[in-house]
Design a binder for this molecule. Structure first.
Ligand code: ZN
Length: 238
């Protein structure tokens, strides 16, 4: 690893040489390479980790370009995962970037995520997040939820059996009734940056903040100290 490229980040006392070296030993799995995922991958790869797998089975559509990082008009029709691999690998050759053009299902999720130090949520639907949550809790892998809707975003880092899990908070998460989720173009980048901060903190062993809610239109920011539900079917005491 060429440590000097991170010099300005190492100067941050919360990171230092020790933190940077620790990050360089961590493997992340990103599920979903759209608005949130492309921005999160872009930030995380620049900040330096050992490796990242980017999983997405979708192709780039012109309507993705208003909210995604990295992609251009020339990429329309190409695999999101493979374009992210190609572009972001060239940003930082110290990080192993692997694009996986695959749909995540209940059958393959274990084999896809089992080596992860952290799973990053770049998905856009509740059923897939519930699947990630169940797998992450079962295999004791921390994961960082993020969601966007219109002008509101949410982020929560989930430590298995230590913090509330996604199932515990699901009653508070609005689900989209429409196929096309309305979203302000700049919002995914804002929320992905917060998600990336939480991911770095998880990897460096810092206690997560809780459920962060940010409404960029109404200048509303809040952190909810959500508690584990003792009756949660996923993380509660059975
Ligand atoms: Zn739970």
């Amino acid at each position: 690893m060429e440590i000097d490229r991170y010099r300005r980040q190492i100067l941050v006392k919360e990171i230092g040489q020790k933190g940077q070296k620790l990050l360089a030993s961590k493997h992340a799995i990103l599920i979903g390479g759209g608005g949130l995922g492309s921005n999160s991958a872009n930030l995380l790869i620049r900040m330096g980790i050992e490796s990242i797998d980017i999983i997405d089975y979708d192709t780039i559509d012109k309507t993705n370009l208003h909210r995604t990082a990295v992609f251009s008009e020339q990429d329309v029709g190409k695999s999101k995962a493979l374009v992210l691999q190609e572009r972001l690998q060239s940003v930082n050759t110290d990080v192993q970037v692997k694009g996986i053009n695959k749909k995540v299902t209940s059958k393959n999720i274990k084999s896809l995520v089992q080596l992860a130090d952290v799973i990053i949520d770049g998905t856009d639907n509740i059923p897939l997040r519930l699947l990630i949550n169940e797998t992450a809790i079962k295999h004791k892998i921390p994961w960082v939820y993020a969601g966007v809707y219109e002008t509101v975003g949410m982020v929560m880092a989930i430590l298995p059996k230590k913090t509330a899990c996604f199932q515990c908070i699901t009653p508070n998460i609005p689900d989209s009734k429409t196929q096309e989720i309305p979203v302000l173009g700049s919002l995914p980048a804002t929320i992905a940056a917060i998600q990336c901060n939480e991911t770095i903190k998880v990897l460096l062993g810092k206690q997560p903040a809780g459920l962060l809610i940010y409404d960029v239109w109404n200048q509303y920011f809040d952190i909810l100290d959500v508690k584990r539900n003792p009756c949660c079917p996923i993380c509660g005491k059975k």
